[in-house]
Design a protein around this ligand. Structure first.
Ligand SMILES: Nc1ncnc2c1ncn2[C@@H]1O[C@H](COP(=O)(O)OP(=O)(O)OP(=O)(O)O)[C@@H](O)[C@H]1O
Length: 326
């Protein structure tokens, strides 16, 4: 569905190089990336600020022309065949709306129907479906400017999907949303992928989105792909320890147990690191047998931690858990 082959995008920018001098320099926003996304895949696209995510999305949707390389979306050239592509793709930018500010949501969606020339009956059916799953009913007749951020995002999702596209590209759809709106958006996207088989590319800084929705993750850093694979493999390559948090009945001597090492103590609470290939059940049993334990909890490697290390090192190898981040 999405084919990106050795794509680059270079921007010429003027930078101050002296008190009065300005020099033209080239910024490689995207620096030779290649990937393909198959029909029905749900892929997370991650990267720190300025990594090249939005530039990639703009090239996929025909807003920007690549400096070199080849982009195909649903077999189409996004720049040359932008109008044809528009009927097959939906795009949501979390930072801005495609809705008409002064119009009720219902009228915005009706205008979009005209733009895409969706026939009236199909639109009615689709709108009814979207109204139900996105819970739009309560604010369909409210002007967009009066909607909350979460309601507006649901409206934007509906606007991107009224013409029933097979591909959906989302740029930060959960930015600024409260936990309830986030949950609504995530549940909707998950259903969309599972039930309609929509191909979805999701750019986000929210790792909760990725954990709940995507099996595959691509990480871009300084314009290059730093990782492309499953979330599980990303965690596994990160080689991070699991952490056992033990609450003792009262402060006791540092715990000594086979298969784990003590990394921190704080009063009656002690933290043990279990290596990725260690046996957590045996460690828990060992601790419970020899110490007076009140509570015990096992923490999996934290995806935030894994990704931060990936950004820092630019490679998904050799990570070690840092106790100072506990
Ligand atoms: N129109 C432009 N002109 C000049 N430089 C640009 C332009 N658009 C993007 N850039 C530069 O290209 C690089 C990548 O920007 P891009 O917006 O793609 O990053 P991003 O990963 O989407 O970041 P963020 O997470 O902050 O949105 C940055 O260094 C940015 O300053």
């Amino acid at each position: 569905m999405l084919e990106v082959e050795d794509v680059r995008k270079t921007f010429a920018v003027r930078r101050r190089t002296g008190r009065l001098r300005r020099t033209r320099v080239n910024v490689d926003a995207v620096d030779g990336i290649s990937f393909t996304v198959g029909a029905g895949e749900f892929v997370g696209y991650l990267g720190p600020n300025g990594a090249g995510k939005s530039t990639t999305i703009k090239m996929l949707t025909g807003i920007l022309t690549p400096s070199s390389g080849r982009v195909r979306v649903a077999g189409l050239d996004p720049v040359r065949q932008r109008t044809t592509l528009a009927r097959r793709i939906g795009v949501v930018f979390g930072q801005r709306t495609t809705l008409w500010w002064d119009l009720p949501l219902r009228d915005s969606l009706a205008l979009i129907r005209h733009l895409y020339r969706v026939d009236r009956a199909a639109h009615r059916t689709r709108l009814a479906e979207l109204t139900e799953v996105l819970e739009l009913g309560a604010f369909l007749d409210t002007p967009v400017r009066q909607l909350s951020l979460g309601q507006r995002m649901c409206g934007d999702l509906a606007a991107a999907l009224v013409h029933d596209p097979e591909i959906l590209v989302l740029d930060e759809p959960t930015i600024g949303l409260d936990v309830i709106s986030k949950a609504t958006v995530r549940a909707f996207l998950s259903r969309l992928g599972a039930e309609r088989g929509t191909t979805i590319l999701l750019t986000t800084h929210d790792l909760g989105d990725i954990e709940r929705l995507c099996r595959r993750v691509m990480v871009i850093d300084h314009g290059r792909l730093a990782y492309d694979g499953s979330l599980e493999r990303l965690r596994a390559t990160a080689d991070a320890d699991r952490i056992l948090v033990v609450d003792l009945a009262h402060p006791q001597a540092p715990i000594e147990v086979d298969g784990a090492r003590l990394i921190r103590t704080d009063g009656p609470r002690q933290w043990l690191a279990i290596p990725p290939d260690g046996n957590a059940a045996a460690v828990v049993a060992g601790v419970a047998a020899r110490y007076d334990v009140e509570d015990i909890a096992l923490r999996e490697p934290d995806i935030e931690d894994v990704v931060t290390r990936l950004y820092r090192t630019g490679a998904a190898a050799g990570f070690r858990w840092e106790p100072d981040r506990l």
